[in-house]
Design a protein. Structure first.
Length: 472
């Protein structure tokens, strides 16, 4: 099944480009494991089975976890070993951080040595399952204690993490990474492809140790150099990191980069659009993408947000099904062709029905597009924009035929089956089409104005009450 999907992609490509033979490659992207070592089925009087639920009662705790808790070991082990059984020899693996569980009582449940144990445990697991595979690992905001507070200066936690990841780094990469949390590397199987691993924690709006000005750890300077040198060398790059530029698609106006850094990042993407073949991020725990445009509104680059292994959406109330993703790309051009999103139906697994990781969807097949390029995703965004949200009031079969509703379902890895209304549609489309802060405001405002007076008042109420009413 997986092999035929891959071949199909290559076949289509071959038909399109008859004169050259095409070699396809695959790579995994996994993220936001958030290992909660305390998850326990021992019921307490408050029905709270884990510290990662932030005192919300469990939903349906079972051997594989709970929708209000971070991942237990069984779920994590299952995610990694299922990746191994589905595709044991990817060209490489992208792993975009957040290994430690969420809790608002860090003093009670966490300490630095426990954090290292968690990171070492997951690292060893990946190394055991994929012994000879190149792994690129980035730091998340939960790979530091206290969470979100990673400083831009050299520190013990980043240095010790570099030691945990030592065997994935060359001497030079290790020397740089232990001081900064960033590095870059050419891939083993696509010799003109460089992966740039960013440490976006120092660009994080919620990081109190940075001020949003200047160039923390000289990362922008280094980043630009990497892009420039890749351009000179005729190489292509994949950019990966944990926290991404732009906006979170499930609520209005939520962003995680400091404005100045957001601007700077967007500018670099525009400047080096010909060098960048893809951007791979996480942090939201949901499945989405962002399109970058040039000054002429021409689509130039895509940022893919991979959903999490943990079923909990940390930044907000809400849950997802655990997911991992297999990308297909063309080795020579490094162009991303397609991806297959895998899902673990936590409810079904806990009910004893099915504890297998299954194909949730295949992008090209589902949306009937030739590939997942900026142009293709731009075309898709226009369809989402044009989707009629008023005629369809429930998530019956007819509504699921609507691609916006389908996108909405996949956004939580098929967990939340609610109807995506016009506000949800606006939030999705604006987050998808406007990474720049000003463009995003313009998108939201023009959408609201287009809805007219009645709609404007309606939106006004939503703005006034914020997320209280935006219950997804
Ligand atoms: C459940 O609680 C009992 C008693 O506190 C303890 O002995 C046992 O190890 C716990 N089980 C799990 C799975 O945590
Ligand atoms: C615990 O959960 C059960 C089942 O969902 C519920 O009936 C009960 O009221 C809950 N107890 C507490 C203390 O929340
Ligand atoms: C992880 O899962 C694999 C495959 O099911 C199994 O062989 C292995 O024993 C598990 N590891 C642990 C530590 O439970
Ligand atoms: C860290 O926390 C773990 C788990 O609670 C505990 O066993 C360990 O003793 C703690 N270590 C330190 C250095 O406090
Ligand atoms: C990770 O932790 C689990 C649960 O304690 C343990 O069973 C497993 O052996 C550990 N795996 C590694 C690779 O350290
Ligand atoms: C969004 O955030 C910006 C910057 O904080 C603020 O100026 C603007 O009013 C907000 N817009 C909405 C719709 O909340
Ligand atoms: C990807 O699809 C676009 C149309 O959306 C097309 O222009 C482009 O040539 C395709 N790229 C490849 C590598 O097939
Ligand atoms: Zn996370
Ligand atoms: Zn995060």
């Amino acid at each position: 099944m997986k092999i035929s999907t891959k071949c199909l992609v290559c076949l289509i490509l071959n038909l399109a480009v008859l004169t050259r033979s095409v070699e396809c490659g695959k790579f995994w992207h996994i993220s936001d494991i958030h290992y909660d070592i305390y998850y326990s089925l021992n019921k307490t009087t408050t029905n709270i089975t884990c510290p990662s639920s932030y005192n919300y009662p469990s939903i349906d705790p079972g051997p594989w976890g709970d929708y209000n808790c971070d991942s237990n070991f069984r779920l994590i082990n299952s995610s990694i070993y299922s990746m191994k059984s589905i595709e044991p020899t990817p060209d490489f693996i992208l792993w975009t951080g957040d290994d430690v569980f969420h809790t608002d009582e860090e003093e009670k449940y966490l300490n630095v040595s426990l954090m290292y144990d968690i990171m070492s445990n997951v690292t060893s697991l990946i190394q055991e399952a994929f012994p000879d595979i190149q792994v690129f690992a980035a730091l998340g905001n939960h790979d530091y204690l206290p969470k979100n507070e990673m400083p831009s200066t050299p520190n013990d936690i980043v240095a010790n993490t570099a030691l945990i990841w030592r065997e994935w780094l060359t001497d030079d990469q290790y020397a740089l990474f232990k001081e900064t949390g960033y590095c870059s590397s050419i891939t083993n199987h696509a010799p003109n492809l460089r992966v740039i691993v960013l440490n976006t924690n120092t660009w994080d709006l919620y990081n109190p140790t940075v001020t949003g000005t200047g160039d923390p750890a000289g990362q922008f300077k280094w980043f630009e150099e990497q892009l420039f040198l890749s351009k000179i060398a005729g190489n292509k790059v994949f950019i990966m990191g944990h926290i991404a530029p732009g906006f979170f698609e499930r609520v209005v106006n939520e962003t995680y980069f400091w404005p100045e850094y957001n601007k700077r990042y967007v500018k670099l993407v525009e400047q080096y659009k010909d060098v960048i073949s893809g951007q791979f991020f996480a942090h939201h725990h949901t499945d989405s993408f962002k399109i970058f445009y040039d000054a002429d509104k021409y689509p130039i680059s895509v940022l893919y947000h991979v959903p999490s292994v943990t079923p909990r959406i940390g930044t907000r109330d809400g849950s997802v099904n655990p997911g991992v993703r297999l990308f297909h790309y063309e080795k020579a051009t490094t162009e991303i062709l397609d991806y297959t999103q895998y899902v673990f139906d936590l409810q079904a697994a806990n009910d004893g029905q099915n504890a297998e990781w299954q194909v949730e969807y295949n992008f090209v097949e589902t949306y009937g597009l030739p590939n997942v390029s900026a142009q293709s995703l731009h075309d898709l965004a226009l369809k989402f924009k044009a989707s009629e949200t008023s005629g369809c009031k429930s998530s019956n079969d007819q509504c699921n035929a609507d691609i916006l509703q389908r996108y909405s379902l996949y956004n939580t890895v098929s967990y939340q089956k609610g109807y995506c209304d016009s506000i949800c549609q606006r939030n999705f489309v604006c987050a998808m089409q406007a990474v720049d802060h000003q463009l995003y405001q313009d998108c939201v405002n023009s959408w609201n104005n287009a809805v007219g007076l009645r709609g404007f008042q309606f939106f006004g109420i939503y703005f006034a009450f914020g997320i209280v009413l935006l219950k997804f």
